[in-house]
Design a protein around this ligand. Structure first.
Ligand SMILES: [Zn+2]
Length: 433
């Protein structure tokens, strides 16, 4: 069963104020990303896949026909005129726009603010990003918000550490998805086995890895102004990067990420995400909000608790001879790059991805994805364990007392987390088929 929104019939009870929801320049558009179908004579289903589908009803025939006019080409004054011609009752058009908007079904062809306007002028870039824009309309509710999010990506700076089969592809994906500045860091020169479709090309073998990866990033977003020079971005992952992705080529660093590698990000609170392939296992996560969710240090502490031999093994792996060529299935590496990029984008778009405090792992050849929780560890200096306890207590108090008042005292990033959970476009209207 889908959630129902309604009633929207011209004869239905008209509860709710007839407030005009948007500015006079709003050009309402029923989100084209959701396929429409009539479930019966007066119920419209928007969307196919249960995650974002909902139904609207009762919708009478006149209203149903009017929905076709909400395609982003008309402003509200013209729509009111059209409604009048179709004998819709006075105020019905505004009511309909208001309700569709509240249900998260409405976009604004001219919304999103000044950054969105600038992106609209860059037609080439926008045309390339149209499927991403349509997809963003499914995870945002406010009219114009999808365009606003897409435009906001252009102002974001992400650093990817590691330019092998995973890192270079991942960096290209982020760039191709509209992230304005993607910096890639790695040492050495491109080896033949670093080459991957979408990542480092065969003709770059022998070039400096980071240079070649930066070229791949530029190719993924042609027409974008040149990035800052390699020396300009803070190489310590300090302030300025919205996110750092650690995608080491070294499989030991993937399997057992050394906590020290994240010290600079932990120190300044830069969110970071781990991704890579270790032997036949693809790994995405954890996504770390420093001091709030389980980090590489927490992971290490938990492993040591569970397996007394862990430190001994790690020492042997790290001191053993380095293999030149490590096992890394090309398709698995690409999958990891893609999934990690999607998690990164979810965060950059204002949500909390499911890799927060979790490692997603899939092993060849079955490739079932498993979520391995990385809870905050009390022995880890990151302090997330204390934070979790503190929050747990606050939540407890909140449940007993005045929730809003208790919530108000929380840190911004904790707010982000809650917002992420609550940022379901259609709110309570959303349900599964
Ligand atoms: Zn930790």
């Amino acid at each position: 069963m889908l959630a129902r929104v309604g009633p929207l019939s011209t004869t239905g009870p008209a509860h709710g104020e007839h407030e005009s929801v948007r500015g006079p320049d709003m050009h309402p558009m029923v989100k084209p990303a959701l396929r429409r179908g009539w479930r019966d004579l007066n119920t419209v289903q928007f969307g196919m896949a249960p995650a974002h589908a909902l139904t609207l009803g009762p919708v009478d025939l006149a209203t149903g026909s009017f929905l076709d006019l909400l395609d982003g080409t008309r402003g509200l004054p013209l729509l009111r005129e059209e409604g009048h011609k179709m004998d819709l009752p006075e105020g019905h058009v505004d009511l309909l726009v208001e309700r569709l908007s509240r249900a998260g079904l409405l976009d604004d062809a001219r919304g999103g603010g000044p950054a969105a306007d600038a992106l609209r002028e860059d037609e080439e870039a926008l045309d390339r990003l149209r499927p991403d824009l349509a997809s963003l309309s499914l995870t945002t509710s406010e009219p114009g918000a999808a365009m606003g999010r897409l435009a906001a990506r252009r102002a974001q700076r992400v650093q990817v550490r590691g330019a092998g089969r995973v890192g270079a592809v991942l960096a290209s994906l982020l760039s191709g998805a509209g992230i304005g500045e993607v910096d890639v860091l790695d040492g050495g020169r491109v080896e033949p086995w670093d080459v991957a479709p979408g990542g480092l090309p065969a003709e770059s073998v022998g070039d400096r890895r980071s240079d070649s990866a930066r070229r791949a990033v530029r190719r993924a977003a042609p027409g974008r102004p040149a990035r800052r020079g390699p020396a300009a971005p803070p190489e310590d992952g300090g302030p300025g990067f919205s996110l750092v992705v650690l995608a080491p080529r070294d499989d030991i660093a993937v399997h057992a990420p050394p906590p020290s590698a994240a010290d600079p990000f932990m120190a300044v609170g830069t969110p970071h995400l781990y991704a890579g392939v270790a032997e036949g296992t693809g790994i995405v996560g954890p996504f770390v909000l420093p001091g709030e969710t389980g980090c590489a240090g927490c992971l290490q502490e938990h492993r040591t608790d569970r397996d007394p031999a862990w430190p001994r093994l790690i020492t042997q792996w790290r001191s053993g001879s380095q293999r030149r060529v490590r096992p890394c299935d090309l398709a698995l590496a690409t999958t990891v790059a893609g999934l990690a990029a999607a998690h990164a984008l979810a965060f950059l778009d204002g949500h909390l991805p499911s890799s927060a405090g979790t490692r997603w792992e899939a092993a060849l050849p079955g490739l079932n994805w498993h979520a391995r929780q990385i809870p905050a560890h009390p022995g880890c200096p990151c302090g997330a364990a204390g934070r979790t306890e503190e929050e747990g207590e606050r939540e407890h108090v909140a449940r007993k007392g005045d929730r809003r008042e208790t919530m108000a005292g929380q840190r911004p990033s904790a707010g982000v987390r809650r917002e992420a959970g609550a940022a379901r476009p259609a709110g309570t209207w959303r349900a599964h088929v």
